[in-house]
Design a protein around this ligand. Structure first.
Ligand code: NDP
Length: 432
């Protein structure tokens, strides 16, 4: 704790994982002896750097860049780059730590890492975003590589930013390699990567619902956020027969009892880069509410897809009181520990982020495979692999929970299943 003072998000993530690994520590003294528990909470490497760039007014701007290379026991470091004013060491470390287990759960050979910067892309011109990304990659390029560390997108880092970063890496290193994922389709990207996290979330929640004799069919769904994950979760949930009735952004939320019209949302968010409140201009029967409050909207299934700690204890109680049957986490750590306790204390199904949102990184790993082969698979091929991966994750975490005496607790199941694979590799590779 002392070593990670002033890092509340990181401590929160570590506590949650270590708590559920207690039964593993009891049953596996060999892993305790190999120091795996102490080693896994310490990043293998953390880089912090200055990112200086010139804005449209000719003024020099300075941001702070980070890359935490957390664990490479089962493959090259892999994890996104977050561009958001809230980015700090604690947030990147919590995300990098979680990524270890999530990547392990995919069943693919990828280690855990995460990076980012406190740069805010909102309100910046394309030229400013490009100059920032080039400056960011100028330093990052020394530390990453197709077989070393392969970053991807995250909040604030979409196809545009990945493009500028990839271009700069290529220019500096004179290598055309799969060093980033989430690339454009014309230059090494994978079909279905854009959709993967939102689709994957629905595939996993669908497997969980089916295991309990129900499905998305006819259910009312509330989804927070209106970014990449939220949009494609809306699309897949709708395809699976549900009605998505609410979406949000950091200013407020929109409720459309007739079912969200995704074409309108895509036009606002993907074309105009606008705000969710503009939805009611196109669909006047919908209602917009300023501020937080989306979790008071009555629904059967809640899919938080915005950001960390967006559901607190009170929100969780409101969801449960309104009869929610299942919660699937699309964002990373969207529920506070108190909120998770409320969900687990009531009779609802709860799919934790590490498992439920692993579809994005799984498809990124499939993008790496295609880059290594210098081939592109079809949408259907990637989507069907993604579907299978998510169903497998559900069954693996559910069995791990059962095996370790906490049947039905998918938080523990995900931590245990994700941990065991990495821990065996760390033990086999010796103390380092
Ligand atoms: P985007 O930047 O595309 O969208 C984020 C959405 O969340 C926006 O609607 C944003 O609103 C909202 N949001 C962000 N911060 C806050 C906040 N503090 N309060 C309320 N709303 C907020 O990001 P993604 O959709 O890619 O990512 C969403 C979450 O999913 C993150 O936790 C990310 O780490 C996680 N994730 C993403 C993956 C991916 O493949 N994209 C993979 C795995 C996890 P606004 O525009 O107002 O900021």
């Amino acid at each position: 704790v002392k070593r990670n003072q002033n890092e509340p998000e990181f401590q929160q993530a570590v506590y949650e994982v270590l708590e559920s690994l207690q039964p593993v520590a009891e049953r596996r003294p060999d892993l305790v002896e190999a120091g795996v528990f102490e080693r896994i909470v310490e990043p293998e490497r953390g880089i912090q750097f200055r990112v200086a760039w010139v804005d449209d007014n000719g003024k020099v701007q300075v941001n702070r860049g980070f890359r935490y290379q957390f664990n490479s026991a089962i493959g090259p470091y892999k994890g996104g780059i977050r561009l958001h004013p809230s980015v700090c060491a604690s947030i990147i470390k919590f995300l990098g730590f979680e990524q270890i287990f999530k990547n392990s759960l995919t069943g693919l050979p990828i280690g855990g890492g995460k990076g980012g910067s406190d740069f805010d892309p909102k309100g910046k011109s394309d030229g400013e975003v490009m100059r920032f990304c080039q400056a960011f990659m100028t330093e990052l390029s020394r530390h990453i590589g197709a077989d070393t560390d392969v970053p991807a997108g995250d909040i604030g880092t979409g196809a545009r930013e990945i493009g500028y970063m990839f271009g700069q890496y290529k220019r500096i290193r004179n290598e055309y390699v799969g060093v980033l994922t989430g690339k454009g389709l014309q230059w090494g990207g994978s079909l279905a990567r854009t959709e993967a996290t939102g689709y994957g979330l629905c595939y996993l929640v669908d497997a969980m619902l089916k295991d309990h004799g129900t499905s998305f069919e006819g259910k009312k769904v509330v989804i927070s956020g209106s970014g990449n994950v939220a949009i494609y979760a809306t699309q897949k949930a709708t395809e699976l027969g549900a009605k998505v009735i609410a979406l949000s952004d950091s200013n407020g939320y929109v409720v459309d009892e007739n079912g969200i019209n995704l074409d309108v949302v895509k036009e606002i968010k993907e074309v105009r880069r606008g705000r969710i409140k503009e939805y009611v201009e196109a669909v006047p029967s919908a209602k917009y509410f300023e501020g937080k409050g989306i979790w008071n909207v009555k629904c059967d299934i809640a899919l938080p897809c915005a950001t960390q700690n967006e559901i607190n204890e009170e929100d969780a109680k409101a969801l449960v009181a309104n009869g929610v049957q299942a919660v699937g986490e699309g964002a990373n750590m969207p529920s506070t520990p108190e909120a998770i306790a409320v969900f687990q204390g009531s009779n609802i199904l709860f799919a934790p982020a590490k498992a439920a949102n692993a579809g994005g990184v799984a498809t990124s790993a499939l993008e790496m495979s295609q880059n290594s082969q210098r081939l592109s698979w079809t949408f259907e091929e990637v989507d069907s692999k993604l579907h299978q991966i998510m169903v497998n994750i559900y069954h693996n975490i559910s069995s791990a929970a059962k095996e370790y005496g906490c049947e039905g607790n998918l938080v523990a199941g995900a931590n245990i299943a994700g941990f065991l694979k990495v821990a065996e590799a760390m033990k086999a590779q010796g103390v380092m």
